[in-house]
Design a protein around this ligand. Structure first.
Ligand code: TMP
Length: 203
């Protein structure tokens, strides 16, 4: 089963992915956690380029770099792990590109969606948890951190990213589940588990 997590900075994705991994392991299943961009030596190098605040990258180059990192990760890690029966838990996947490059950078959406198909060989997550948080709460939670290149984009950019996530949720309600990220950690975890149990082939 392929499960992805989405959300803006500070939404608690990392905490929830770890809690979910512990739960899945406790049932005797094998899991792997990966993050995007990243997860292979090639994709981690691209991550460093994309997040480097001293490098200027135009929106099309940015899109293609995220997709290049994704193509490598999908073919080298995700598809083989799924074939071997692992639960693959991914911190971001192509919905991030739709939200950030499609809506945030305002690139042509059809072209962005075609890039996803090329990069993923058509692979889709079985379930995506969108940990939804307001922009003000996100900024408050990450105020102590040094901003990377992506985080330096302005307020208008992030408001468009949030609109993008809402649009995805509306178009794919079965796969793309909205979870209130402002809620209690344990309660959020229980909600996530209940969705997994409903979808799991081994329930
Ligand atoms: P992270 O901070 O959650 O690890 O993600 C890295 C940053 O890259 C984050 O600001 C979101 C951004 N991003 C995109 O803009 N497009 C993408 O396709 C992905 C995967 C991440």
């Amino acid at each position: 089963m392929f499960i992805t997590f989405e959300g803006i900075d500070g939404s608690g994705k990392t905490t929830q992915i770890k809690l979910l991994q512990d739960y899945i392991k406790s049932l005797g299943n094998q899991t792997v956690i990966i993050r995007e961009p990243g997860g292979t030596p090639f994709s981690e190098i691209i991550r460093d380029i994309l997040l480097n605040k001293d490098i200027e990258i135009n929106p099309v180059s940015e899109l293609l770099l995220f997709e290049a990192a994704r193509a490598n990760l999908t073919q080298q890690v995700i598809i083989p792990a799924l074939k071997n029966g692992f639960y693959v838990l991914c911190d971001r996947f192509y919905d991030s590109t739709t939200a950030y490059q499609g809506y945030g950078r305002q690139l042509n959406l059809d072209e962005v969606l075609n890039c996803h198909k090329l990069a993923t060989l058509g692979l889709k997550p079985d379930l995506t948890f969108y940990l939804k948080l307001s922009l003000d709460e996100s900024l408050k939670r990450s105020a102590h951190k040094k901003a990377d290149r992506m985080e330096r984009a302005g307020r208008e950019f992030f408001l468009r990213v949030l609109d993008g996530y809402d649009a995805i949720a509306e178009s794919e309600p079965e796969r793309f589940v909205i979870i209130d990220a402002a809620g209690d950690i344990e309660e959020t975890h229980r909600k996530i588990v209940s969705f997994i149990t409903r979808k799991s082939p081994n329930k």
